[in-house]
Design a binder for this molecule. Structure first.
Ligand SMILES: Nc1ncnc2c1ncn2[C@@H]1O[C@H](COP(=O)(O)OP(=O)(O)OP(=O)(O)O)[C@@H](O)[C@H]1O
Length: 306
């Protein structure tokens, strides 16, 4: 099956000569949740804007749902729903009116049943006759999603969907995204909350200074680049690391009560056995062992700071 989004040798140079995207190549499969991560100014919004037909391509080729976004603009755009970062809000229009109007923009016939369904799913049904300006910030964000879903798009872009929303709404959004995926909708989200990518994404792409530096299955990424840490709480403090352990990746805590051993997740655990044996030989007693895996956040910070 062809990918739902296909980006080939995409370059973007802004009018002032700034190169925001440099030879981007990326395929996103139907029904996957893809998280695009990158520091501020990396090019995430530029990439999304190009795929959604809001910004022009400098060179390269982009297809959405099989349609070329330049040659087949309307078809490509119809297949996409976009929840943008910025809230355009102060409106006298009603919730129902705004969502119905959005659907009409894509040339789709009215579908009150569909609009009722999405307003109910997004807990906006009770507010359907309210003016947008009277909604709370969280409700306005739900409305943005309702508008993006109004024309039943195959692909949904969420640009920083949960920036500044409370925990409850964040959970609701995650549930909603999962439900959409179950229906076969392809979802691309950008986020600064790495825990969001960790929780939601099937695959992760990292963009830095306009280049995709990594695309990887989330689970593989975590096992490939993650580190594990073993902490041994000692019965009696040490003043220095014993010379028998000098070659091991071991640190001693300031108070001397903890030995911290760090190793790659993929590495087989021979080093741990060796460490414990050496401690036994040296009569160093410990009362507790803890292990911890690095989070996606630690992996990400390591990647973008390289
Ligand atoms: N219209 C423009 N003209 C010139 N440069 C621009 C324009 N729009 C964006 N840029 C530059 O392109 C780069 C990428 O911006 P973009 O908004 O795509 O980043 P981002 O990854 O979405 O950042 P953030 O996480 O802060 O939203 C930045 O250096 C930005 O200053």
């Amino acid at each position: 099956m062809q990918p739902d989004i296909s980006v080939k040798h995409l370059n973007k140079v802004y009018a002032d000569g700034f190169r925001a995207l440099n030879d981007i190549n990326l395929d996103i499969e139907r029904g996957e949740i893809f998280a695009l991560l990158g520091p501020n100014g990396a090019g995430k919004t530029t990439l999304i804007s190009i795929i959604c037909g809001i910004a022009n391509i400098s060179s390269g080729e982009v297809k959405a749902a099989g349609y070329d976004i330049v040659k087949d603009y309307r078809k490509a755009r119809e297949s996409i729903g976009l929840v943008p970062q910025e809230l355009h809000t102060d409106s006298f229009e009603t919730v129902w009116g705004a969502v119905s109007f959005s659907r009409g923009l894509f040339g789709k016939p009215p579908a009150p049943d569909h609009i009722e369904k999405i307003l109910k799913e997004l807990s906006l049904w009770d507010k359907r006759n309210n003016r947008i300006m009277s909604l709370s910030g969280g409700m306005k964000r739900r409305l943005m999603i309702a508008k993006a879903l109004s024309h039943e798009p195959q692909i949904l872009f969420l640009d920083e969907p949960t920036a500044g929303v409370d925990v409850e709404l964040r959970r609701d959004m995650w549930d909603m995204v999962r439900k959409l995926r179950e229906k076969g909708v392809t979802i691309i989200l950008t986020t600064h909350y790495i825990e969001e990518a960790e929780e939601m994404a099937d695959r992760i792409g990292v963009i830095r200074q306009g280049e995709i530096i990594l695309v990887e299955d989330k689970a593989q990424l975590m096992s490939k680049l993650g580190k594990k840490e073993l902490r041994l709480h000692l019965q009696h403090p040490l003043e220095t690391i014993p010379r028998q352990l000098a070659l091991e990746p071991v640190e001693l805590s300031k108070d001397g009560y903890e030995l911290i051993y760090t190793f790659d997740s993929q590495q087989e655990q021979a080093g741990v056995a060796r460490l414990l044996r050496t401690l036994g030989d040296l009569d160093i007693e410990y009362r507790d062992i803890q292990t911890r895996e690095s989070s996606l956040e630690e992996i990400f910070v390591g990647l973008v700071n390289e």
